[in-house]
Design a protein around this ligand. Structure first.
Ligand code: HEC
Length: 120
């Protein structure tokens, strides 16, 4: 009888831990996505809207393809990150700035932009 009484508490503890970590992770993601969006839309940073249509962005250019359905078209994160970091790897004649290679964006900003792209 004593052992039976202890069981519910023992089961609840891991469940609470998972809940706490889940909330913490969700907050970090939201902040990173918000940073990525800011960097992408900022004309002094990514300025991606100069060439790409991005949902939620005003006055987009159409020099590059619309940035939509990113997880379907770029299932591998490394490939998408490489595209933003240095577009000339895929297309040596690309007019898209090599944002990482030329240190226009920091590593942290690149990761945040990629997180944001995966929400599109
Ligand atoms: C000066 C114009 C220009 C800017 C600014 C620009 N891009 Fe591009 N981007 C292009 C072009 C053109 C392509 C088509 C592929 C190529 O020519 O390299 C492209 C391709 C891409 C692709 C691949 C899309 C696909 O469907 O294959 C992604 C992802 C991308 N750009 C993201 C970004 C992000 C994120 C930014 C801002 C940080 C950005 N681009 C800024 C011109 C630009």
């Amino acid at each position: 009888m004593r052992q039976n009484n202890k069981r519910p508490a023992a089961c609840l503890f891991p469940a609470l831990l998972v809940g706490v970590f889940h909330v913490a992770a969700a907050n970090a993601d939201d902040a990173t996505v918000a940073l990525g969006k800011q960097v992408a839309f900022d004309s002094g940073k990514g300025n991606c809207l100069a060439c790409h249509m991005i949902p939620g962005g005003e006055s987009p250019g159409n020099i590059g393809p619309p940035l939509l359905a990113m997880s379907a078209r770029f299932p591998e994160r490394a490939v998408l990150r490489a595209q933003v970091s240095d577009a000339t790897v895929r297309n040596p004649d690309s007019i898209m700035l090599p944002f990482g290679k030329h240190h226009v964006l920091s590593e942290q900003e690149l990761d945040a932009v990629v997180d944001f792209l995966y929400t599109l």
